[in-house]
Write a protein that binds this ligand. Sequence first.
Ligand code: ZN
Ligand code: MN
Length: 475
Amino acid sequence: MTYKGYEAVVGIEVHVELKTKEKAFCTCSAEYGGKANSKCCPVCLGMPGALPVLNPEAVRLAVKAGLSIGCEVAKISRFDRKHYFYPDLPKGYQITQFYDPLCRNGEVKIKTPNGEKNVRVERLHMEEDAGKLSYEDEDLIIDNNRCGVPLIEIVTYPDMVGAEEAMAFVNELRRTLLFAGVSDCKMNEGSLRCDVNVSVRKVGEMALGNRCEIKNINSVNFIGRAIDSELKRQTDIILEGGTVVTETRRFSETKGISERMRDKETTADYKYIREPDILPIMTDTDYVEKVKSELGRPPREVEEELISSGVKDQQAELICSEPKFADYFEKVKLTVSDVPSAANMFVSDVIPKMTSDGGFPTPEVFSECLGMYLSGDVNIVSARELLKMCADTGESPRNLAEKRGMFMLRDKGEIMRLVEKAASECPAAVAEIKKGKLTAKKVIVGQVMKLSRGRAEPRSVNEAVDRYFGSSTLG
Ligand code: ZN
Ligand code: MN
């Protein structure tokens, strides 16, 4: 949106927790949750003399994340200490990469109403998470379980204009990292969180105004609301003749506006120095190529392929919103002839089961049920019922359909006998047909369906009825 002729220009910093078993510089568990301070040791608590040792799995996932957004991986990168004082940071500094980050120059392609757009990524570096402050009754609890959990920070250029583009960026980045398997990307648990830098300018102008940073927003929806509210606030300041102060703000979810926290820190405030206890990370081409080979296809590509094979846009988007949906559907795609029908059935009958605790059929069972429907062996109601029953019992769809008498009736002789029976039961309709009122054939068709308890295959029934009356009216 624009406001009084102004637009918001947005750059984003995203912190993502890497999915390692152990922390970045010690062997404590990196798993989320648990009793406060149950997952700490002298290293992650920053005790004097404790020495950090870099977790190679964290490096691998960070490189993988960088490659998934098209970054260059540095041959040599190093760690630095970023100093600040806060109760959740027992060391008094954070281990991060300031001067020589692991990755640079990536990009994330987003869809906008005006077509596709590239959001450039300036850098991706590794760092460690801090602890968490919370209140229990009256007491302030400092929980250091998250201290030392490996993070990557991804920094974009101010390439996004308005809330929609920023939200599209976060959604696209999130699913890209999810498909790369580097993080859970759960915004509600803080494993993906965003700092949003917003400035405003008159629509059509290029120069950037003073920016404010809104810290730690934990939902895509709030990112949009924070940007819109910041656009109004900054524009009104400018139109009243004031100057926007460069500062750090937080978004109040209840009030729907951002509030001042503090002046924006400058680089000098952090007194960066080289981390002396950790060796540089050196990567060679073989290593980078090996990590690259472990990456699957990006969700964008999978989604485009689904759309080009006839799947509806919204269904393709849903299938590509979670790796487990996309993986399942990839397997189904290999064995079915009609991909759009498979998508319909998958979205309506399987995804709801996969997102709840319910059991769901294997891709093989899914393909078999769909195939039975597409070939006319069973009707859609039976196909859906089979999907559900096979998931519950583990039985094969064909056996189950046989046992329950679900196969469609297609035998010409048997259907003709049913037509004859229907005709004898509906003399009024037969008389009408013989007078030339052919719409009365529907009555006979309906009666055949009833006699077969819905199992007669409709096309065969229509043909048999035509044949029956064709000969009898002529004769
Ligand atoms: Zn530890
Ligand atoms: Mn950071």
